[in-house]
Design a protein around this ligand. Structure first.
Ligand code: ADP
Ligand code: ZN
Ligand code: ZN
Length: 660
């Protein structure tokens, strides 16, 4: 009698035993159709055993072992099992979320032949700069595991370094995994990869691909047919039999962290995977995550630096601070910025005004009674969208028609308060009637097609002034863009979230990096009420290392990551009292006393304390030792499970949380 130990997609930390008559055809890594309750499910065989801890009579027979694809390899299981224990997520969930949907279906869709696309004649590579050559010389693809952090200023040609490495890996017969934060925002990169490696098979893997395409691409990667896999965070789990190199572009980007389900970091799993596969990994950014920077400082990662822009005609833009306390403003825009835009219009160059707040105004308010447009479901304001005359909550998506009068006192004098991209767009169009103003945010660009069309318009010179959110900040080359103005940045300076300054710096550095990427010189004007703030001083000096050193010192003194390790227990329920009571109980479990080197803080409401009618609380667990925290978490989790919370309460544990 053979027993199959099967991973199923269930929130349970156990495997399920099934009988199978024919030992010969059972194999670890194959999918299997099994009965579960009154249903059937697809699972993955994790172990083939001789017997079971259960009485054989209680074990049900498996229905069918699926052999349509080869067994999942051992390194896939090793990665999943590491992720499962590190992120406190059931192995079955980890394994199943690593597979494309079609492979988890009881009735599999008809499959078409897997194929990557091949394009025409390859694009020619530019001659490398000295810095690029030096960076490349430091990486030996044949020397086993190594982790490198490529810190290069915007436009320094990091992508060219990736491409040259990819080329070497392909020549050595290896597959390459290239991760990017959001493929849709950077179609240029995909284009560059395909153009450079016209003879190679390039497939992409991201959540917006149609299901069939995603499965096809996954199968091509899994079968070793695809040479280059270009993907977002979920691609980190793709089995790749010939994997020889991992590259993570914009490694600081938050979207490498999954924020629901299994809350994993694809960047950190990438480093584990490189280690496991004994291959090099390259992390690239103009503003590395402080965790990565600290790893480079303590030599766990080798630091490679590109200080100059790659295009010899391009220089870094000059950054100037505009003190809004002393300057006349029109609709929040200062006179020097207005004058700078005028100059660009006269020279037929492009300007970009960065305001990371979409909508017309962040809130609508009544002057008579003080009513403000709150979301009834969240602890947040409803944003005014004048274009479609609606109030919209950016957290839960709840919408309302714009009221004609104050809902509380009936006063007709209700006003938008503050400024979003729509309002700025309207004002710029009035102030510069001859200019073509183009707004770029998630309201004006909803799909990849729209985004590509938008980029084409910008490139084709069909816009003089761009108004946009951080969508515009990511890796684009706009040759005619010579002015970047940043508004409303101060808001993040004093935010409660201690990671806010790191993010603000990265964002401003990225958006500033759009200016002067070609022959035309770039200028960046940042409006602020705090021109003496060290963050702005570092931006003016283009001094990421200096700023990172300051932040790291602060974090060390305050005992924040990367100097401590954290896990967050979160609970949500219709009543805050229930959430907090549950967290209090979790904070007082006896198991905590057995782990002296782990500190448990007091439960508190989350910053956005109510989201979609759920009252949310959090409880921080912290340790100076990652190993100590990792030893504690599974025991704590087991004890929490036994707490029996109220039925409408949901909880989860997040390891290395980024959001507070
Ligand atoms: P990054 O990714 O560091 O922001 P990119 O790789 O996009 O920079 O390069 C910026 C610009 O410089 C691109 O237009 C690219 O074609 C160009 N470039 C890169 N390397 C070189 C080089 N060695 N010589 C000339 N131009 C280069
Ligand atoms: Zn009122
Ligand atoms: Zn809401």
């Amino acid at each position: 009698m053979t027993v199959l130990r099967v991973a199923l997609d269930l929130p349970l930390h156990c495997l399920f035993d099934y009988r199978h008559e024919n030992a010969g055809c059972a194999e670890v890594g194959l999918r299997v159709r099994v009965p579960f309750g009154r249903d059937e499910r697809i699972g993955v065989i994790v172990e083939v055993a001789e017997g079971s801890d259960w009485p054989l009579a209680q074990i049900r027979p498996a229905i069918e072992i699926l052999r349509d694809i080869a067994p999942l390899p051992a390194d896939f299981f090793a990665l999943c099992s590491f992720a499962s224990s590190y992120y406190q997520t059931p192995l079955g969930e980890v394994i199943m979320q690593g597979l494309p949907a079609g492979l988890k279906r009881l009735e599999p869709p008809r499959r078409r032949q897997a194929r990557g696309t091949r394009s025409g004649a390859p694009a020619v590579a530019p001659a490398l700069t000295g810095e690029q050559s030096a960076a490349l010389a430091a990486i030996d693809l044949a020397a086993g595991f190594s982790a490198h952090l490529l810190h290069g200023v915007t436009g320094s040609g990091k992508t060219e370094v990736y491409l040259r490495l990819v080329e070497r890996a392909l020549l050595a017969g290896k597959q390459v995994l290239l991760l990017v934060p959001e493929i849709n925002l950077t179609p240029q990169l995909e284009g560059r990869v395909r153009a450079r490696f016209a003879d190679a098979s390039v497939v992409s893997l991201h959540s917006e691909l149609a299901e069939a395409a995603r499965e096809r691409n996954w199968l091509a990667a899994f079968a070793g047919e695809a040479d280059i896999v270009l993907g977002t965070r979920l691609a980190i789990f793709t089995p790749l039999p010939r994997l020889g190199l991992i590259v993570i572009d914009e490694e600081h980007d938050q979207s490498f962290k999954q924020q629901d389900g299994m809350r994993y970091s694809a960047r950190d799993l990438g480093v584990f995977r490189a280690h496991q596969g004994n291959i090099p990994i390259l992390l690239g950014s103009a503003t590395p995550a402080l965790e990565s920077w600290a790893n480079a400082q303590n030599k766990r990662y080798a630091l490679l630096t590109l200080r100059e822009r790659a295009n010899p005609a391009a220089t870094l833009p000059v950054v100037t601070l505009l003190d809004t306390r002393k300057l006349p403003l029109q609709e929040g825009v200062s006179e020097p910025l207005i004058a700078a835009i005028k100059e660009r219009l006269a020279r037929r160059e492009q300007s970009l005004i960065f305001l990371n707040r979409r909508g017309y105004a962040p809130v609508l308010s009544c002057v008579a009674c003080g009513w403000v447009s709150r979301c009834t479901r969240c602890a947040a304001n409803m944003v005014l969208h004048l274009a479609d005359r609606r109030l919209r909550c950016h957290h839960c998506g709840f919408e309302q028609r714009l009221p004609k009068a104050c809902p509380t006192c009936g006063n007709q004098d209700i006003h938008p308060f503050g400024r979003g991209t729509q309002r700025l767009e309207g004002w710029l169009q009035e102030a510069f009637p001859e200019a073509r103003v183009l707004r770029v945010d998630r309201d004006s660009v909803k799909s990849r097609k729209q985004w590509e069309a938008m980029l084409e318009r910008i490139h084709g010179g069909a816009a003089d002034i761009l108004v946009g959110t951080q969508m515009l900040a990511k890796g684009h080359d706009f040759p005619k863009l010579t002015l970047v103005g940043a508004l409303g940045a101060d808001a993040a300076l004093f935010a409660a979230d201690w990671r806010a300054p790191e993010r603000l710096f990265a964002q401003l550095m990225q958006v500033a990096g759009r200016a002067g990427r070609a022959e035309l010189k770039g200028e960046v004007l940042i409006q602020t009420q705090y021109p003496d703030h060290p963050l702005y001083a570092a931006l003016v000096a283009h001094d990421y290392p200096g700023f990172a050193a300051t932040l790291l010192k602060e974090r060390e003194q305050a005992g924040f990551p990367p100097y401590t390790f954290q896990a967050m227990l979160r609970a949500e329920a219709p009543l805050m009292a229930d959430s907090i009571a549950f967290l209090k109980a979790a904070a007082n479990l006896p198991v905590i006393d057995e782990h002296q080197n782990v500190i448990i803080y007091d439960p508190i409401p989350m910053k956005l304390s109510r989201l979609a009618n759920q009252e949310r609380g959090q409880l921080l667990a912290e340790s100076a030792s990652r190993a100590a925290l990792q030893a504690f978490l599974p025991r704590w989790r087991e004890a929490i499970k036994a707490l029996k919370p109220p039925s409408r309460l949901r909880w989860h544990l997040e390891v290395d949380p980024l959001e507070f």
